[in-house]
Design a protein around this ligand. Structure first.
Ligand code: 5AD
Ligand code: SF4
Length: 469
């Protein structure tokens, strides 16, 4: 395995002096990891002379970085490809040259052949192969049909990507783990992202330092199963996530750490203790429970029971009493009865979530649950989802309302929509709006919360004496 000082990592991301500038437009669908991947694709292409553009009309290359997690997400890709085909045709007719179209991400991985058959695309590249994009673009020039690359060389990918480019935001994602070995029966991730892979410590610390040097104050560690991360540490010792968080706490300039997404079975004692012991670890945890019914959890192959989840929540709140919890919930999994669903509702009532993502079960081709006979009718799923979301939204609104009158520290991230307004995040990940100088962006300042809604907080900046680091 290459270390963090491998030549690939040191590569410069600027186009070479005399090469004509080519433009790439990347559209990202789905999760935060896709956001991270899209930035890294731009970095890889930057080294090959591409600059990013914000409009497909200006682009020589359009990449759709896709999501396959639910049916709707995948459908969007095909309708987007239809629009791009029209754009390409119009450009050809105007004599405006070629538009190259690439499909990347999880739909490319899962449905590469289908895309090649249905849509006139040039490149199909899976989530573990996008570091090869420059080479694939060259290969496309000398082949007739689309170039398809869907191997799983995760270690090679991280070792050969150029260093992350400067991006303005003070909060950044850093992928530390990819893939999943858990095989929940509803989920495509083990098939699209492959087996679990953890990046080595040195590579992660190096990337975190680079981000910090460029003004990043908050890092969110990403992984499909981030709390199962186990990386090769100094002198060959295996580190787990709490060791990594402790080491990242020492990186100069980094003031806040977060990680997502976690599986309940990998919430180790040490990771729970980290929420007590590491002041830079923010008091917010995304911990999916999926269903409140043990029968359904078993059918989902989740390998945890309702009781296990409640015990973990209890211990986490012992360690960090103000911890805000977020979760993922699926309704209408095959075989889910009214009684099972009521258990999900009871679970939400018992835990109280600050935020949550809830979905109707969507059968994904190739996953075990998709072929089960006892599929729940669509109208039942819709009715359950509406009830669940009403409860979750009420909890989120109550959580936000409880902040009014409190003092919170906010990391200012960008200008607001209105003139003179800045937007940041509280420790609990709530968006916070205030009147303030844009010079605050990148700094952490204390605010008093004066109003709350379901999705955000309004604040008055109390302490203009922002943090010095
Ligand atoms: N149907 C509905 N929701 C799903 N998720 C994953 N697969 C499916 C599916 N087939 C949800 C889970 C997961 C989140 C990222 O997406 O709740 O935690
Ligand atoms: Fe999918 Fe998460 Fe289950 Fe892995 S643990 S199979 S990523 S839902």
């Amino acid at each position: 395995m290459q270390d963090a000082c491998a030549p690939g990592i040191e590569q410069d991301a600027r186009p070479t002096a005399n090469a004509p500038e080519k433009r790439v437009f990347i559209k990202t669908f789905g999760c935060q990891m896709n956001v991270y991947d899209s930035e890294r694709m731009a970095d890889a292409l930057g080294a090959a002379g591409f600059v990013e553009t914000g409009a497909p009309e200006d682009a020589d290359l359009v990449i759709l970085n896709t999501c396959h997690i639910r049916e709707k997400a995948a459908e969007k890709v095909f309708s987007e490809l239809g629009r791009l085909r029209v754009l390409r045709e119009a450009r050809r007719q105007d004599g405006g040259g070629n538009l190259m179209i690439a499909v990347a991400g999880c739909v490319a991985q899962a449905e590469g052949e289908e895309i090649a058959r249905r849509a006139a695309v040039d490149i199909i590249v899976g989530p573990q192969s996008y570091h090869r994009l420059p080479e694939l673009i060259e290969r496309r020039a000398s082949t007739r049909g689309p170039v398809i690359e869907t191997e799983f060389p995760a270690a090679e990918k991280f070792a050969s990507l150029p260093a992350p480019k400067l991006r303005a935001a003070p909060s950044a994602f850093l992928t530390v783990q990819e893939g999943c070995d858990k095989f929940c029966t509803f989920c495509v991730v083990p098939y699209t992202r492959g087996a679990e892979y953890s990046r080595p410590v040195a590579q992660i610390i190096e990337e975190a330092k680079r981000l910090a040097e460029r003004g990043v104050r908050e890092i969110t560690l990403l992984g499909q199963n981030v709390n199962a991360w186990a990386g090769e540490g100094p002198s060959g010792k295996t580190w787990t996530l709490p060791d990594l968080l402790a080491a990242l706490s020492e990186v100069n300039g980094i003031a806040r750490l977060r990680f997502t997404t976690s599986h309940p079975n990998d919430m180790s004692d040490a990771l729970i203790a980290a929420h007590r012991d590491l002041p830079k670890l923010m008091p917010y945890l995304h911990l999916p429970f999926q269903s409140g019914s043990d029968r359904i959890l078993k059918a989902m192959n989740r390998k945890h029971r309702m009781e296990d989840y409640l015990r973990i929540v209890h211990r986490l709140r012992d360690a960090r009493p103000d911890l805000a919890l977020s979760t993922d919930i699926i309704v209408g999994f095959p075989g889910e009865t009214d009684a099972d669903f009521e258990e999900t509702m009871r679970m939400v009532e018992r835990v109280h979530f600050a935020q949550a993502y809830s979905f109707k079960y969507s059968p994904r081709p190739g996953t075990p649950a998709a072929d089960r006979a006892a599929q729940v009718p669509e109208d039942v799923k819709s009715e359950r989802l509406a009830r669940l979301q009403a409860l979750l939204f009420a909890q989120q609104t109550a959580f936000n309302a409880a902040m009014v009158g409190r003092t919170l520290s906010v990391l200012w991230e960008s200008r607001g929509r209105n003139e003179g307004q800045v937007v940041g995040r509280s420790p609990y990940l709530q968006p916070v709006y205030a009147e303030g100088d844009p010079a605050l962006i990148g700094h952490i300042a204390d605010v008093e919360i004066v109003a709350a809604s379901q999705n955000s907080l309004r604040a008055v900046i109390k302490n203009l004496d922002v943090d010095a680091t």
